[in-house]
Design a protein around this ligand. Structure first.
Ligand SMILES: C=C(O[C@@H]1C=C(C(=O)O)C=C[C@H]1O)C(=O)O
Ligand SMILES: [Mg+2]
Length: 460
């Protein structure tokens, strides 16, 4: 990795191109500070460049990344965590990176995600989403507490004309950073249909029986809701509504050849900043109350409810164990607290730790996914049950999505409260942890509330 310090786009590009001493094209990454711009305006403007867009935000931290186009993609099927990491490291070794700022999330980044289960054949629904797909965007906006950063990533070789390339970049950047105060209101729903709800409840019953027979301790089962909208969904409007309504969440969108996977998940899988590691145990669910006192009562009951506590405890003990290999100073409180969201509340236990030398975020997420919040306990048996009985292709639902930078910082969330949008249609997904005393109807109702964050921003 070669770092260069000149200021002007032209001269930085020229310097970078000058570094290229063989015939191969290289990825040049240049980051500059820019004036404040609404991340969603940047996202909307990118439509004019007709490229796939990626949106990531941590609403609790006021942190945003918007990626436009793909300067490079990293794909992997089998062995995807190791393979992706290796390809990313090779790319970093070759790239010429100019980033004077070094704050997490700036400079050359990979943004992307994975499917829940690479062991199953993709259905046509998810055909555009690889089992693992990360992109280094052509243009990227980062917003964090130290400001607004614009990164351009571009392929060049020794023959590239720096001034000409700088001209093209500047023209595109002008399009992207124009303020655009009008965002559309969003779609409305023409019809919606739950996919086989009775069969799904039967499967929950089957899962409880499998648990009764000691075939597993916990199995997470998901279902699908099909939605038809009155028009092609404006992803920016959906994101705008998610940001406004879903605090304490990661609001995300991954466009892929016209389809878009979008959602607002409260579940962090892992965050790494320097050697600080954060993870989250999130499992156990109740609705919000209509009044403050009802809400408090429901929360108290959730905290002491045996069934929900057991769902939660499976996640805590697995994460504790999984982190041990890669981290020291693992700290996990011995009791969960309530994590309130707009439509429901969860049991929540935060995890902090220190990353051991020589390990990366890929090691952590590779070990954690799927946690018993989305898979089950034991992992292999529960995944086998899901493969055999669940009537849907989860695709990227329930899987790691996020970003990482060239300094080893990054953050991944578990893609729940989400849906795949295809023109004027959408598939929404929701699941729940089935344990020994799960009641199929109660689990059905729990998943119904989990659809509401996405349903409401689609106009439902
Ligand atoms: C599987 C989902 O959520 C997970 C299941 C939960 C539960 O069963 O209590 C709670 C939070 C998540 O870990 C989902 O939202 O689709
Ligand atoms: Mg549950």
């Amino acid at each position: 990795m070669i770092e260069i310090k000149e200021e002007l786009l032209e001269s930085v590009l020229e310097g970078a191109i000058h570094e290229i001493d063989d015939n191969a094209a290289k990825l040049i990454s240049i980051t500059r500070k820019i004036d404040a711009i609404e991340p969603l305006h940047f996202f909307v403007n990118a439509k004019q460049l007709a490229k796939d867009r990626t949106f990531w935000s941590s609403t609790a931290d006021q942190f945003y990344i918007v990626g436009i186009g793909k300067a490079h993609t990293i794909r992997a099927d089998s062995n995807r965590f190791q393979k992706t990491e290796k390809l990313w490291r090779n790319l970093l070794d070759e790239a010429i990176i100019h980033n004077p700022f070094q704050t997490p999330g700036t400079g050359m980044l990979a943004l992307g995600g994975m499917s829940f289960d690479p062991g199953i054949r993709k259905s046509s629904l998810w055909e555009k989403f690889d089992h693992s797909l990360f992109a280094i965007p052509e243009y990227m906006l980062t917003v964090n507490e130290s400001g607004y950063f614009l990164t351009v990533n571009v392929q060049a070789d020794a023959e590239t004309n720096a001034n000409k390339l700088a001209g093209i970049i500047r023209r595109n950047e002008e399009v992207l950073i124009k303020p655009r105060p009008v965002l559309s209101a969003g779609p409305s729903i023409q019809w919606q249909e739950e996919v086989a709800p009775r069969d799904w409840m039967d499967t929950v019953k089957d899962a409880t029986e499998a648990i009764e027979q000691n075939e597993a301790d916990k199995i997470v089962l998901a279902r699908e809701l099909r939605v038809k909208l009155d028009s092609t969904v404006d992803i920016a409007a959906v994101l705008n509504n998610l940001i406004k309504t879903q605090s304490n969440s990661f609001v995300f969108a991954f466009e892929q050849g016209g389809d878009c996977f979008v959602g607002a998940t409260p579940e962090r899988l892992a965050k790494i900043e320097g050697t600080n590691v954060l993870s989250t145990c999130l499992a156990g669910t109740a609705p919000r109350g209509k009044t403050v006192s009802e809400d408090k009562r429901i929360g108290e009951n959730l905290l002491y409810d045996e069934k929900n506590r057991s769902e939660h405890e499976f996640v805590v003990s697995m994460i504790k164990q999984a982190m041990d290999q890669y981290c020291t100073d693992i700290e996990i409180p011995d009791k969960p607290v309530i994590y309130p969201l707009k439509n429901l509340q969860h049991l929540y236990t935060p995890v902090t730790a220190t990353l051991k030398d020589g390990y990366s975020i890929f090691d952590i997420i590779g070990e954690l996914h799927p946690t018993p919040a989305l898979g089950g306990v034991p992992r292999d048996e529960s995944l086998e049950f899901i493969r055999e009985h669940e009537q849907l292709d989860r695709g990227w639902y329930g899987a790691p999505i996020g970003w990482l930078d060239s300094n080893g910082n990054g953050e991944f969330a578990v893609a729940i409260r989400s849906g795949l949008i295809q023109g004027d249609e959408a598939s929404l997904f929701a699941g729940c942890g089935v344990v020994r005393d799960s009641d199929p109807l109660a689990e059905y109702e729990e998943t119904a509330i989990k659809f509401t964050p996405m349903l409401s921003v689609l106009g439902g």
